[in-house]
Design a binder for this molecule. Structure first.
Ligand SMILES: [Mg+2]
Length: 367
C-alpha cells in the first residue's frame, strides 16, 4: 500500500493472489488437436445440422457468430460450412485431470468451475514463485507442452476480477488487474458483463438507469438491497472491486499416482521393475514440485484378462527420497512373484500425503 491514509474500501483480502485459468474453446480445440482435418475450420461440438444445441464452438466458428448454447439449426444458418462433431467427454475429463495435476504443482487451493476452468489461490504457492503472473505463465506453458492446448489466465486479488481478467486478452494470453486498478476496471464495465448478472437482471438494472459498474457504484447499499435483495450487497462491493469470496478447494489432494499399460504383456520380474522406474520418477517429481510427502505406497497390477490386484505398504515416516519410494514399490511387487498371469498394466501411488509449505509474509505482495 502506498497511501498513508487507511483506505476503507480495500478489504484485507486484497493481499490475496488469485488466478483464473480458462482453456480456450476447450472441447473444440481438443477436437481440432486430435483431428487435423478440423484445424482452421469452423467446428461445433455437440448437436447436429438438424437438431440439438452447440456445446462449444471453435474460434473459426465464432467469427460467424456461433456460440455455445445456440441451437444447431441457427448455428448452421449463420455458418453454412459448420462441421458438427460428437463430444468425447471421457477425453475432455482426462485432459481436465492432466490440467489439474499441473495446477497442483503450484497450489492445493484449486476450485474447479467446470472441466476447463478453475480458480487458484497462489498467495502462498508451492514453488515459492513471487509473482502470480509468473505462476500463470508457467501453468499455461506447461498446459501447452503437455496437452498441446491453449489456456488464458486472469490474475488479480479476488475471484471476480480474476475471472474478468482471463477474458480480457483471450485467446492464449493473460492479464493482471492489480489492487490499484480494480475499481477503475469495473467502472466502464456494462452490467451485463458482470459475472452472475444475466439478461433479466441486466434489464432490471437498465430500467433503473444503471448501465455500468460506475452506475452501480453511485447507488447506496440500501437502494441495491431494496431492488436486488441479498445480491444487492454483492453488487455494491464488486462495483468497488471488492470480493471476499475465498477460493474453495473441492478436496485436498490425498494421493498421487501413475500407471502405464504395456503394448505387450509382461511376465518377467526384471522387465516389470524396469517399467516401475518411470512411474516412480513421475510420482517423485510431483512430490518435489509440491512439497507433498506420503507414507503409503500402493502397487496396482492389472493382468491380461483385466483382473487386478492392489498391494499397499505404509512406512513410519513419510517417504523422503526417490530411492526409498522405488524400494517399497519393488518390494511390493517382489512379494507377489511369481505372478499367476501376464501383466498388462502396472501402477504406483503414494497416499497419506502431507504438505510442508512454509508460510510466507503477507505484506505488500506484488502480482
Ligand atoms: Mg473455456
Amino acid at each position: 500500500m502506498h497511501s498513508a491514509d487507511p483506505e476503507p474500501d480495500v478489504a484485507p483480502t486484497s493481499h490475496r493472489k488469485i488466478i483464473h485459468i480458462d482453456m480456450d474453446a476447450f472441447y473444440a480445440s481438443v477436437e481440432q488437436r486430435d483431428n487435423p482435418d478440423l484445424r482452421g475450420k469452423p467446428v461445433a461440438v455437440g448437436g447436429s445440422a438438424e437438431r440439438g444445441v452447440v456445446a462449444a464452438a471453435s474460434y473459426e466458428a465464432r467469427k460467424f457468430g456461433v456460440r455455445s448454447a445456440m441451437p444447431s439449426v441457427t448455428a448452421k444458418r449463420q455458418c453454412p460450412d459448420l462441421i458438427f462433431v460428437k463430444p468425447r467427454f471421457e477425453t475432455y475429463k482426462a485432459i481436465s485431470r492432466q490440467i489439474r495435476d499441473i495446477f497442483a504443482e503450484h497450489t492445493a487451493i484449486i476450485e474447479p468451475l467446470s472441466l476447463d476452468e478453475a480458480y487458484l489461490d497462489v498467495t502462498e504457492n508451492l514453488q515459492g514463485i513471487p509473482l502470480a503472473r509468473d505462476v500463470a505463465l508457467r501453468i499455461r506453458e506447461k498446459i501447452k507442452a503437455e496437452t498441446g492446448l491453449n489456456a488464458s489466465a486472469g490474475i488479480s486479488y479476488n475471484k471476480f476480477l480474476a475471472k474478468l481478467a482471463s477474458d480480457h486478452r483471450k485467446p492464449n494470453n493473460q492479464f493482471v488487474i492489480p489492487p490499484e486498478m480494480g475499481a477503475a476496471f469495473v467502472e466502464a464495465l456494462p452490467v451485463g458483463k458482470f459475472h452472475g448478472i444475466g439478461p433479466a437482471t441486466s434489464a432490471r438494472f437498465n430500467a433503473l438507469g444503471i448501465f455500468t459498474g460506475l452506475d452501480i457504484r453511485n447507488q447506496t447499499l440500501a437502494f441495491l438491497q431494496e431492488n436486488f435483495g441479498k445480491a444487492g450487497a454483492y453488487y455494491y462491493w464488486i462495483s468497488r472491486g471488492v470480493d471476499d469470496r475465498p477460493v474453495r478447494a473441492d478436496r485436498i489432494r490425498k494421493s498421487v499416482g501413475a500407471e502405464n499399460t504395456f503394448s505387450s504383456d509382461l511376465t518377467e520380474f526384471d522387465a516389470m521393475v524396469a517399467e516401475l522406474q518411470p512411474l516412480v520418477d513421475k510420482i517423485w517429481r510431483h512430490c518435489e514440485g509440491t512439497s507433498n510427502r506420503g507414507r503409503t505406497v500402493t502397487l496396482k497390477v492389472k493382468f491380461f484378462d483385466f483382473e487386478s490386484i492392489t498391494r499397499s505398504r505404509s512406512v513410519a515416516a513419510p517417504v523422503s527420497n526417490r530411492d526409498d519410494l522405488e524400494r517399497v514399490a519393488v518390494g511390493l511387487l517382489q512379494a507377489e512373484m511369481p505372478l499367476p498371469k501376464p501383466v498388462r498394466l502396472l501402477g504406483v501411488s503414494l497416499s497419506s500425503l502431507q504438505t510442508a509449505v512454509e508460510a510466507q509474509p503477507q505484506l505488500d505482495l506484488p502480482m
